[in-house]
Design a protein around this ligand. Structure first.
Ligand code: HEC
Length: 284
C-alpha cells in the first residue's frame, strides 16, 4: 500500500476527503453569506429604529412645547436616554450646548412670558455645559447650513460603532411666543444608537456553532467513508496479495451488500477456480 499523503492512509482516502472538503467549503460559504446578510439586516433595523425614535421625539417635543409643558419634553428626553442601545439622545442648541442641562433657555423665555414652576422642578444647571459628539464634521456642517433636512452617519463612540441621526428642530411661528423669532433652528436632535455589540454576538454565535458543526460533519464523514469503502478495499487488497503468494485456502469474507461485496465474491470465485485448477494439476 502506498504511503499516505499527510495523514491519509491511502490515495482513495485523500480523494474522498477532497469531496468532503468541497462540501464543507460550500457550507462555509453559505454561513459567511448568512452572517453578511444578518449584519446588513441588523444595520437596516438599527437605522429604522433610530429614524422612528427621532421622528417621534420631535413630534412629542413640539406637542409638549405648544401645550406649555417644556418640563414634559425634558423628562421625555431624560427617560429615552436610559433606553437600551441608546448611546446618545440629546438636543443640541445651535451654540453647541445641550438643551435642558442649564437654565439659559428658561431665562430667555422669561423675557416673553410668565414661566411655570414645573419647568424649573429638579432642573439641572451645569456650569460647563457642552454637548457630546458635536465635533463630527457632518454635525458641524449641518449646524452651519441650518437646514431642516435629517442627516445620518456612522461614527465610533468609545470604541463602539454607532449610528447617529440628526434632526434639526425648526423654530416655527407658533414657537415665537416663548422663543422669539431671531433663530431659524431651535436646536438639533441627536440620536446615536449602537449596533456593534449585537452584531458581534450574532457573528460569534454563528461562527462557533458552524465551526462545531463542520468539525462533527468532517469526523462523521471520515468515519463513514472509512467503514463503507476504505476498510473493505484495504482488506481485499490484503487478501489478493496473500492469494498471489499462494494462500488460496482461506475464504474471502466481506460483510456488506454492495459492489465491494460483489468484487469480493468474484475474487473468491477466482480463488476457488484457481484452487481447483492447481489441485487438478497436482493429481496428474
Ligand atoms: C410656552 C412656552 C413655549 C413654547 C410655545 C415653546 N417652547 Fe420650547 N421651550 C420652552 C422652555 C421653557 C424651554 C426650556 C426648557 C428647559 O430648559 O428645561 C424650551 C426649550 C426648547 C428646546 C430645547 C432647546 C433650548 O433652546 O433649550 C427646544 C428644541 C424647543 N423648546 C423647541 C420648541 C419648538 C419647536 C416650539 C414650537 C413648536 C416651542 N419650543 C415652543 C418653552 C416653550
Amino acid at each position: 500500500m502506498a504511503m499516505g499523503i499527510l495523514w491519509f492512509k491511502s490515495r482513495l482516502e485523500l480523494k474522498l476527503f477532497s469531496i468532503v472538503i468541497i462540501i464543507v467549503a460550500g457550507f462555509t460559504a453559505l454561513i459567511l453569506f448568512t452572517i453578511n446578510k444578518e449584519t446588513e439586516d441588523l444595520i437596516k433595523k438599527t437605522r429604522e429604529k433610530a429614524s422612528f425614535l427621532t421622528t417621534s421625539v420631535v413630534t412629542s417635543l413640539q406637542k409638549d412645547m405648544i401645550e406649555g409643558r417644556a418640563d414634559m419634553a425634558r423628562w421625555l428626553i431624560e427617560d429615552l436616554k436610559a433606553m437600551k442601545g441608546v448611546e446618545r439622545l440629546q438636543i443640541v442648541r445651535t451654540d453647541g450646548t445641550e438643551a435642558f442641562q442649564d437654565l439659559i433657555t428658561i431665562r430667555d423665555v422669561e423675557k416673553r412670558t410668565v414661566i411655570k414652576k414645573e419647568w424649573l422642578e429638579n432642573h439641572p444647571d451645569k456650569a460647563n455645559n457642552i454637548a457630546k459628539g458635536i465635533d463630527h464634521a457632518v454635525f458641524k456642517d449641518l449646524l452651519k447650513k441650518g437646514t431642516a433636512a435629517t442627516v445620518e452617519y456612522n461614527e465610533k463612540v468609545e470604541g463602539r460603532e454607532v449610528f447617529t441621526f440628526l434632526k434639526p428642530i425648526a423654530n416655527e411661528s407658533r414657537c415665537f411666543g416663548c422663543h422669539g423669532s431671531d433663530k431659524n433652528l431651535r436646536g438639533i436632535l441627536m440620536v446615536s444608537i449602537s449596533v456593534d455589540k449585537d452584531m458581534q454576538s450574532i457573528r460569534w454565535h454563528l461562527i462557533i456553532t458552524s465551526a462545531i458543526t463542520v468539525a462533527i460533519v468532517i469526523a462523521f464523514l471520515r468515519a463513514l467513508t472509512n467503514k463503507i469503502i476504505l476498510n473493505p478495499i484495504t482488506h481485499l487488497v490484503d487478501v489478493v496479495n496473500k492469494i498471489s503468494m499462494g494462500e488460496i485456502d482461506k475464504k474471502i469474507e466481506i460483510k456488506s451488500n454492495d459492489e465491494i461485496k460483489d468484487l469480493a465474491d468474484a475474487i473468491d470465485r477466482l480463488r476457488t477456480s484457481m484452487k481447483m485448477a492447481i489441485e487438478k494439476l497436482y493429481k496428474r
